[in-house]
Ligand binder design. Structure first.
Ligand SMILES: [Zn+2]
Ligand SMILES: [Zn+2]
Length: 247
């Protein structure tokens, strides 16, 4: 499994990083984890082809994690003229939130007749969803975003990659991360707890408990970005836009 960091930034553009998006390629399948507003820009920079992506797994309904779907759809319609299906999984109400965002930004864009099947699947806490050979299991976390937010555990080809989404520390992260080959953890702060986000100090404290083989920090705010060099645990890497990780 090859994971490419398309965007490792927060909602505030900290460090000039793009918004959250990870591209995963396995034998015969490509998919995205989250799709922030800048996802298409990031994919174009990295030479990743949106046409090859068969599914998109969304953690929660904040703009820096799902609004890239708006540009994705107009690109699919007008540029690539996609004809093969796309499956999007996300919290309850994801289709309605997508339509509202798309109609605000590109009026009429959701009313055109699509050449491809677009399928939305809503999460149920702890229930696995199979999308082709990819199994995603959502675990609820704590991060107000107008719909339940989730950490995602994604299993395919004998590998497990988990993602915290955005959240303060909650024990459900252990269930999502345990035994994962890679756990991607939001790490907005270094030391200063901020509501509904995690700090490096909290993640460090829970590293053994999380039980993932490797942890990748992402979604860093300015305090964390200034102190990345202080993260020295050999199990932990700090994401950069464009970084490729062999899982
Ligand atoms: Zn975010
Ligand atoms: Zn968020």
């Amino acid at each position: 499994m090859k994971l490419t960091v398309v965007g490792s930034g927060d909602a505030f553009g900290s460090g000039g990083r793009l918004q959250t998006c990870f591209h995963v390629a396995t034998a015969g399948e490509e998919f995205l984890i989250d799709c922030g507003a800048t996802s298409l820009i990031g994919m174009q920079r990295l030479g990743l082809d949106p046409q090859r992506v068969s599914s998109i797994f969304i953690s929660h309904l904040h703009g820096d994690h799902f609004s890239g779907l708006v540009w994705w759809m107009i690109h699919s319609h007008h540029v690539t003229r996609r004809t093969h299906p796309l499956t999007i999984t996300g919290p309850a109400g994801i289709e309605e939130r997508f339509v509202t965002a798309a109609e605000a930004l590109f009026p009429g864009s959701t009313k055109v007749e699509r050449r491809f099947e677009l399928r939305f699947i809503e999460y149920m806490q702890g229930e696995a969803i199979d999308v082709g050979p990819i199994r995603v299991t959502p675990y609820e976390v704590r991060h107000p975003s107008g719909a339940p937010p989730y950490a995602l555990r994604i299993e395919t080809g004998g590998k497990i990659v988990s993602f915290s989404g955005d959240t303060e520390w909650v024990d459900s992260l252990i269930t999502a991360a345990n035994g994962a080959d890679l756990f991607i953890a939001e790490c907005f702060g270094f030391n200063e707890p901020r509501g509904y986000h995690m700090t490096w100090r909290e993640i460090e404290h829970h590293l053994d408990q999380l039980g993932a083989k490797r942890v990748m920090l992402t979604h860093m705010g300015t305090e964390m970005l200034a102190k990345c060099s202080e993260v020295r645990d050999p199990r932990v890497l700090v994401a950069e836009d464009g970084m490729i990780v062999d899982v």
